[in-house]
Design a binder for this molecule. Structure first.
Ligand code: AHR
Ligand code: ZN
Length: 767
């Protein structure tokens, strides 16, 4: 069990390449940490149940058909029947391998070995080294290998981020090798890496960079890990082919080029560079990770630790107006936590684990329904929203894939071991560390935040000198109280944010540390009066019941001059962490509970806080604004967020002479030189519709175009009329007969000869 980790580790026989940099802390092997009952074991149990319901043959179905073999079961629905087919199999391999490493449950080993055998059969049948289930994969990669590359954000030669899916399958195979000792899995993965090499071998730099305009997941990371396992340097060299220069070289210069970029496309690239730094010592690969982490965590993350709105990052510290039903994609935090672990191994600090705790308790744990095991794609933060969970067999979004891994690995970062033999206690999740090699067991009992005391009990057959480092959380008071066997000891917080206790420990010694929880607010970076409230590490959400709240008056605000969060709420049940607004809720008081335990109820995570005086003045305006925003949202039958991956794919966006760009912090599409673009919009009969298009005003001729709905012209547009530097929302009436009896229509923006259609910054269809 020793050294089950990708991180370089002197105990790990599987990782053959020695780190070229100092590693300060190593994770423990997954089976060295056992969780004790808590909400985390509830989540894990629900996930295990789901993993056992999933049928490997259904995930393998298209791997077989694409290899010319007969499928053994029907494919699954959702994204498994779409362009990302196969990604879930990769995650499933990883999740089962991890769960086997944690628990030793032979059922998971059986599943891993079965899938690996099946993938081998597919690989043998194909003869190229490749194995996959992506639609049209063979022709797509044939073209790519010949240098015919058409790429847009998520589209490589008409295929949806194919390298993303290939990465998932390769990563699953490496997990099967690492956690389940399945040598065949490494051999299959290596042949996929060789196929990758062959596919790219004739491409020049320019062609490669063009290909990398399309999301490529963590291809660089998986290739670095292939190098680590095989010691074959060609895989390290190959990893540099997946180096998006525009993004990564900017980050290496500490330039924040993230605004407007798709979040989950960038994080895996950065994990790959940090992993490579560990094995090569190339400093700029570290700078990329360090700068990226600080930028995302400190400037792009919401209170629960997640990031992105509609999957995208926006301007730094501008989050106030980005509370929608599509905030916080869960994959992003899955990946940010991975990155955090790598950075911690290099330079352990409480700051890193503070973020890890925030994201783990308040995004990852909150993304699962602990009863059903079903998961969220987005964890929404619109005030008055509700979580939407996956279903068992017909969702399989990217976040279901990463999600099935999330909930089986809660033990992976609670403890780390320092290079100096110390033990880091990073998280206060009840658990037992069993460090067999050193004859050292540490039982962590904690009911934080319900109770303030964390108890660490040592078991060892021989007294031993060791340093135990306990993270001092930011949310706990400055003064620290530490007792060893009931006696107070002098202790202080070191530079790294940890309390270090060094002594000769004997059997049954007990360390008790008090970290008292209290209520504290975290305000929006761009609005000090919009706040989220935490009790200790736990984010609280206002429970708004199971029927949708009134959009104008049903979203509670807090009316108070009080600055101390502890006076804004009263505890109803400390044990269940239930609080109530203390006669300051408008229109009425509201109950709060941990965000992670909200499942079916509507809720709010952020609250607008007014002084009584200001509320008197502003109530009416505030409610009208809320209502108008809600009504626009509700009367919108369909909206296309132009230039963004998932929305464009959902709307079958196509066109010719297209250009994509970004200005005034919004993305746009424009068709040049008589070109056009089209997309579909959902409709229902019985309504009259307006199409609202958003343009930027400027003095510029040559922007004459027609708008057609299902081939019929509904407007002729001359954009030169709009000259002011601002966004214009222009409504075009859609005649009723064009929508009658239909569920969707095709909208076309057709430029006049030698003219442009657009730039179009957004479009919605409203009733
Ligand atoms: O395109 C693959 C994944 O699907 C992306 O990383 C995620 O954001 C998207 O929705
Ligand atoms: Zn996702």
């Amino acid at each position: 069990a020793n050294g089950q980790s990708y991180l370089p580790d002197e105990n790990n026989a599987r990782v053959k390449v020695k780190p070229q940099v100092a590693i300060a802390a190593y994770p423990f092997a997954l089976n060295e940490v056992n969780l004790l009952p808590s909400v985390f074991t509830d989540a894990r149990d629900a996930d295990i149940k789901y993993l056992l319901v999933i049928e490997p043959d259904r995930l393998l179905s298209q791997f077989r058909t694409h290899s010319g073999l007969k499928p053994k079961a029907e494919k699954y629905g959702g994204w498994e029947s779409d362009g990302l087919a196969g990604h879930t199999l990769g995650h499933y391999l990883s999740a089962c391998a991890i769960e086997y490493a944690v628990s030793g449950n032979p059922e998971f080993l059986k599943r891993v070995n079965y899938i690996v055998d099946e993938l081998e059969a597919c690989q043998v049948a194909r003869k190229t080294g490749y194995v996959g289930a992506i639609p049209r994969e063979d022709s797509v990669f044939m073209e790519v290998s010949q240098g015919q590359i058409r790429s847009r954000g998520f589209d490589l030669n008409g295929s949806w981020s194919p390298w993303y899916t290939i990465h998932k399958v390769m990563a699953g195979l490496l997990d099967a090798y690492l956690y389940c000792n399945n040598d065949k899995a490494l051999a299959i993965e290596q042949r996929m890496a060789d196929w990758t090499e062959t596919t790219l071998k004739n491409l020049n730099d320019e062609q490669i960079q063009k290909m990398l305009l399309c999301e490529y997941g963590g291809m660089n990371e998986v290739l670095v890990n292939t190098y680590a396992f095989t010691k074959n340097k060609k895989y390290l060299d190959l990893s540099y082919k997946f180096h998006d220069k525009v993004v990564l070289d900017s980050l290496a210069k500490r330039v924040d080029i993230l605004p407007g970029r798709h979040s989950n496309t960038q994080i895996p690239k950065v994990i790959g560079t940090v992993r490579r730094y560990e094995l090569t010592g190339a400093k700029s690969d570290f700078v990329i990770g360090d700068f990226f982490w600080k930028t995302v965590v400190n400037h792009h993350s919401y209170a629960p630790g997640g990031n992105s709105n509609y999957e995208y990052l926006s301007e730094a510290d501008k989050l106030n107006d980005k509370l929608t039903d599509n905030t916080m994609e869960t994959c992003n935090t899955y990946n940010m936590l991975k990155l955090t672990r790598h950075l911690f191994a290099l330079q352990p600090s409480a700051e890193l684990m503070e973020y890890y705790e925030r994201g783990l308790y308040n995004h990852i744990l909150a993304s699962q329904n602990h009863k059903t095991g079903m998961m969220c794609y987005f964890v929404p933060l619109r005030m008055g929203t509700r979580k939407e969970f996956s279903d068992e067999f017909n969702t399989f979004t990217c976040c279901v894939g990463s999600g099935i891994e999330n909930h089986v690995k809660y033990g992976e970062s609670i403890f780390f071991r320092g290079k100096d033999g110390s033990v880091y206690v990073n998280l206060f999740i009840p658990s037992v560390l069993n460090w067999k090699e050193k004859d050292f067991r540490l039982t962590l009992n904690s009911k934080i935040p319900q109770e303030k005391t964390i108890r660490l009990t040592i078991q060892t057959s021989q007294a031993q000198t060791r340093t135990i480092r306990i993270r001092k959380p930011q949310w706990a008071p400055k003064e620290i109280v530490v007792r060893v066997n009931g006696k107070a000891v002098a202790a202080s917080v070191a530079q790294d944010g940890y309390i270090a206790l060094t002594q000769k420990w004997k059997n049954n010694d007990e360390i008790a540390v008090d970290f008292e929880s209290s209520l504290h607010a975290v305000a929006m970076p761009d609005n000090k009066d919009r706040k989220a409230f935490f009790y200790g590490p736990i984010l609280l959400a206002g429970n708004l019941g199971t029927s949708e709240p009134d959009p104008a008056t049903g979203i509670p605000v807090l009316v108070s001059d009080e600055a101390d969060a502890n006076k804004l709420f009263v505890a109803e049940s400390k044990d269940a962490l239930v609080f109530k607004t203390n006669k300051i809720g408008a229109p009425s008081d509201v109950t709060l509970q941990p965000f992670y335990s909200v499942a079916d109820e509507f809720y709010t995570v952020y609250w607008d806080v007014f002084s009584p005086l200001a509320w008197k003045d502003e109530q009416q305006r505030y409610e009208e604004k809320k209502k108008a925003a809600y009504e626009l949202e509700k009367s919108t039958v369909d909206e296309l967020r132009v230039g963004e991956m998932q929305p464009e794919r959902d709307h079958n966006f196509t066109g010719e002479n297209l250009e994509t760009g970004e200005s005034h912090t919004r993305k746009f599409r424009v068709a040049n030189d008589g070109g056009s673009f089209s997309f579909t919009m959902k409709v229902a009969s019985g309504f009259s519709y307006n199409l609202i298009a958003t343009y930027w005003g400027m003095d510029n001729r040559g922007r004459n175009f027609d708008i057609l709905v299902d081939g019929e012209k509904i407007a002729s547009v001359d954009l030169n009329k709009f000259k002011e530097s601002k966004f214009y929302d222009i409504a075009y009436k859609v005649p009723t007969h064009l929508v009658t009896g239909k569920t969707s229509v095709k909208v076309t923006f057709q430029a006049k000869a030698k003219n442009q259609a657009g730039p179009l910054f957004g479009v919605r269809l409203v009733k």
